[in-house]
Design a protein around this ligand. Structure first.
Ligand SMILES: Cc1ncc(COP(=O)(O)O)c(C=O)c1O
Length: 413
């Protein structure tokens, strides 16, 4: 099991004082805190490597090494090759970029499939692409009671006209982990391409794009203990074949052809550090050997992170359900912990989500209220107009004590 006390020592933000005392970070789905090695790597980049790329002088040579290293690190995180990893500002802008290029292959009679459980960043790029090309849009529904995708509906909506299926790995609202493997299989049967939004899954579990068989998969390092930056895996044949929106000197080889302008090099240094930190958890707690590959260490790390987070989820959900008036929008049964991440959205009778978030903020417990860009599901669940939810999102540096502190406040509101 992970030793959260040890882990917490390595996250500087967890020891800072905010309004005179330490805080509880339950705002993680909006962005996690960074490991000390991430801060150090970014300072190191800015101090000793800061330059633009492809020069013949030392800082530029070092910068090229940082860029190469970051692609390799994300490749290990996702289970692909380094040249199948594209960096960008964030998931949203990368998704728009890829959707622009894929739109060129759409036409009247074609369809894209999006889901009502997805963050809008995995909805509007595809809706707009379809609209521009005269293609149709299909929406897969959610089961409102359980906060899960309606898989029968997904199955029904995929047909011979489907060209792109965009689906989230884990919901940033309900915390549901979707059965993306099955959906990718269905898409494959009709020759549709798949785009997986793994932003909310990446901080919680091992991703294996080869095993999934997806065509694209996106994540954002600021959700997995690194700096603000986004990454996309694209299957090599697509990254080579598709037309990228680029300037001519960028060349026509991936990943460079997809990486517009000068990248966030210090961010890349930080991403590599974040992934190395995670791999280190695999050695420290997961039984991996120091000599194992980084990918293997990561697999071991996610196994222990998952076990620890399931323990937190269990306590959080059982505690919340014992507070009178609280309703959780998502899976709540004991047997469900493998089907959800530790992101829990709720409302409490007689209070708005804003009031709940404010009460927590007064006790230095940081949590989001609102609908978190998960617009379709908040509309579908009827909370869009009434302030959405309070969202408690936990990661492996959170503790049972923090949960108890939070429960006490919510009980008292
Ligand atoms: C599930 C999901 N997808 C996409 C995004 C957008 O990510 P980014 O901020 O990197 O564009 C978010 C951000 O919260 C998210 O939670």
């Amino acid at each position: 099991m992970i030793d959260a006390g040890e882990v917490r020592k390595q996250f500087p933000a967890l020891h800072e004082e905010y309004n005179g005392r330490q805080a509880v970070f339950f705002d993680n789905p909006g962005g996690t805190q960074v490991h000390e090695s991430v801060v150090a790597a970014m300072v190191d980049y800015m101090t000793r490597r800061n330059s633009n790329t492809h020069g013949l002088f030392e800082t530029s040579v070092r910068t090229d090494a940082v860029i190469e290293g970051a692609h390799g690190a994300v490749a290990d995180l996702l289970g692909c090759d380094a040249d199948e990893v594209v960096f960008g500002n964030n998931m949203t802008s990368l998704t728009f970029h890829v959707s622009r290029s894929l739109a060129r292959e759409l036409g009247p009679g074609d369809e894209v499939l999006v889901t009502r459980l997805d963050h809008d960043a995995n909805v509007m790029p595809w809706v707009m692409a379809a609209e521009e090309r005269g293609a149709g849009v299909r929406w897969a529904d959610v089961d409102v009671e359980s906060g899960t995708l309606d898989m029968e509906d997904v199955r029904r909506q995929i047909g011979p006209r489907t060209k792109i299926v965009a689906v989230g790995y884990a919901s940033n609202a309900t915390g549901t982990i979707n059965d993306v493997g099955t959906i990718i299989g269905w898409a494959g049967e009709v020759g549709a391409l798949t785009f997986v939004d793994a932003v909310q899954y990446a901080p919680h579990g091992l991703i294996d794009v080869r095993e999934l068989g997806c065509d694209f998969l996106a994540c954002s390092s600021y959700k997995f203990f690194g700096p603000h930056s986004g990454q996309i895996y694209g299957r090599r044949e697509h990254l080579e074949r598709l037309e990228a929106y680029r300037v001519r000197p960028a060349g026509d080889r991936p990943p460079g052809k997809w990486e517009t302008g000068t990248q966030n090099h210090e961010g890349m240094a930080g991403v590599t550090a974040a992934i190395s930190y995670l791999a280190g958890l695999g050695v420290k707690y997961g039984g991996a050997e120091a000599s194992d590959s980084r990918r293997r260490k990561l697999a071991a790390a996610w196994a222990v992170v998952g076990a620890y987070e399931r323990m937190l989820t269990e306590r959080l959900i059982s505690g919340l359900l014992s507070v009178p008036g609280i309703r959780i929008f998502g899976l709540t049964e004991r047997g469900d912990w493998d089907r959800r991440v530790a992101t829990v959205s709720l409302r409490k009778r007689g209070s708005t989500p804003e009031q709940l978030a404010l009460a927590l903020a007064e006790e230095n417990i940081f949590a989001w209220n609102g609908t978190f860009y998960a617009q379709a599901v908040s509309e579908r669940m009827g909370v869009e107009e009434s302030g959405g939810w309070l969202r408690l999102g936990l990661v492996h540096y959170n503790t049972l004590e923090e949960i108890e502190r939070c429960l006490r406040v919510l009980d008292g509101v």
